[in-house]
Design a protein around this ligand. Structure first.
Ligand SMILES: Cc1cc2nc3c(=O)[nH]c(=O)nc-3n(C[C@H](O)[C@H](O)[C@H](O)COP(=O)(O)OP(=O)(O)OC[C@H]3O[C@@H](n4cnc5c(N)ncnc54)[C@H](O)[C@@H]3O)c2cc1C
Length: 414
């Protein structure tokens, strides 16, 4: 493939006295300079993550994505990177602000939304549940090995027959017998479940009908089994499982002591929706950067297609969506720091950024023509991965109903 910045390889061009064309600008997805809002030490972490993602993950990830498999070989390097438990403080976690967590997830998704989802499930959902709803002894026991990635976690809320309605209708049950709980039911779509060590399982207590959280050790607990969900078209690197719990016995010591109703589950979801908004923005950035470079290099009618007005319109719309999303999520982080981040703030950010991502990746795919549907050109991966970001952690509609309740004062939920 020739590039737009290469001189035309002809004898006439060689003899020409005309000046060489100016090199075209590299993609810049920090259009409003929002990376500058980070503290210098946090920016250094983000730069390390970018370097890792570009040098270690980018060269291999399409192969894993096509094969539906997870790059276990990269986990030691992630541990060395020191981002296990980023945004969580104490207990051996990487710490830092919630803005740092957001920027790190955006950087990871900019290269691979699956890898960001793996981290989102492990750090945000699994470690986050223990961090937010666990007792002090539970945090001390579980968080340090999870921060070192020695134990990987997953989060089991969704069921085969209960998705959006999880707040009111979980069918997985928990029955207490002395100091033991007996869990029965099924969980669907659970990221990392096929291979991880620790599952946070949410179940309805038969005694008081409230949702409670349990820490289940996957590999050693009788009655706990997982089947991989095959044939996905999005986030193919993430291994999603269908969990069956058949008379699974869990000690009271493994019940999340602060998880006593769905309100406590929702505290975890608020933080992970916050993070998905950043991931969706990263996904859009990755697609845009690939599309911009492609349009600068691809020629039709004797000119780079990036010089055509309608292609520039597509590119301008993409960077506008990305910049609007970035402004919103940086403000989201400030609201958290000010102690003001509400469920509705996080829901609005998740809905807005995932829907803008969906538009952006579609325009990126369009800008690549036929090559937009071939995984080797990267954009196809972002294009399909965005579909999962749009639906998981609560669909677009469910987020808008949370916002709707806040702005109207009326709940659309039963
Ligand atoms: C790749 C992937 C990874 C996931 N990882 C996890 C995980 O790790 N852990 C976990 O617990 N779950 C996980 N999920 C599940 C995810 O959170 C659910 O898919 C999501 O909440 C939607 O549930 P559902 O798929 O059952 O759709 P449904 O709830 O059946 O919804 C189908 C459609 O109906 C609409 N709808 C439903 N109710 C209403 C309403 N009241 N008003 C308007 N519209 C409505 C929805 O918006 C949607 O468009 C994952 C899902 C995917 C795809």
């Amino acid at each position: 493939m020739t590039t737009a910045t290469q001189p035309i390889d002809s004898p006439t061009a060689a003899k020409s006295t005309l000046k060489k064309p100016k090199p075209l600008p590299a993609p810049n997805t920090d259009f409003y300079e929002l990376y500058g809002t980070l503290k210098p030490e946090e920016l250094a972490v983000v730069k390390r993550v970018r370097e890792f993602m570009e040098s270690k993950v980018a060269p291999v990830i399409t192969k894993y994505w096509v094969e539906d498999s997870f790059p276990f070989e990269l986990l030691p390097a992630v541990t060395e990177l020191g981002i296990g438990g980023v945004g969580l403080n104490g207990y051996g976690c990487a710490g830092g602000s919630l803005a740092l967590l957001g920027f790190v997830q955006m950087e990871i998704a900019r290269v691979d939304p699956s890898f960001a989802t793996f981290m989102g499930v492990h750090v945000g959902l699994a470690m986050g549940s223990i961090y937010i709803d666990g007792a002090e002894e539970q945090k001390q026991k579980w968080l340090p090995p999870m921060a070192r990635l020695e134990k990987i976690g997953c989060f089991g809320l969704t069921e085969p027959l209960v998705g959006s309605g999880a707040s009111g209708g979980l069918t997985t049950t928990a029955k207490r017998e002395g100091d033991t709980w007996i869990l029965n039911g099924e969980k669907r779509w659970i990221g990392n479940a096929t291979w991880c060590d620790v599952s946070i399982i949410w179940a309805r207590d038969l005694a008081d009908n409230q949702v409670k959280g349990f820490i289940v050790e996957n590999k050693t607990t009788p009655g706990f089994s997982v089947n991989k969900i095959e044939n996905k078209i999005a986030l193919k690197v993430v291994q999603n499982g269908h969990i069956t719990l058949k008379d699974v016995r869990v000690p009271e010591a493994n019940r999340l002591q602060g998880g006593n109703s769905f309100r406590d589950t929702a505290k975890v979801l608020k933080m992970t929706r916050y993070a998905v908004a950043w991931m969706a923005t990263g996904c859009a950035m990755g697609a845009y950067e690939a599309a911009l470079k492609y349009t600068q290099e691809r020629s039709q009618f004797g000119k780079p297609i990036a010089s055509f007005q309608l292609v520039q319109d597509l590119l301008a719309r993409m960077i506008s969506n990305i910049t609007a999303s970035q402004c919103l999520i940086v403000r989201q982080a400030q609201l958290f720091d000010e102690g003001k981040l509400t469920d509705a703030h996080a829901a609005l950010a998740k809905a807005f950024c995932t829907s803008k991502c969906r538009e952006t990746v579609a325009w990126a795919r369009e800008a690549l023509g036929g090559n937009g549907i071939v995984a080797d050109y990267k954009v196809a991966r972002f294009f399909t991965d965005c579909e999962a970001l749009y639906s998981y952690e609560g669909t677009f509609q469910m987020q808008n109903l949370i916002v709707g309740k806040e702005i109207t004062g009326l709940s659309a939920f039963i």
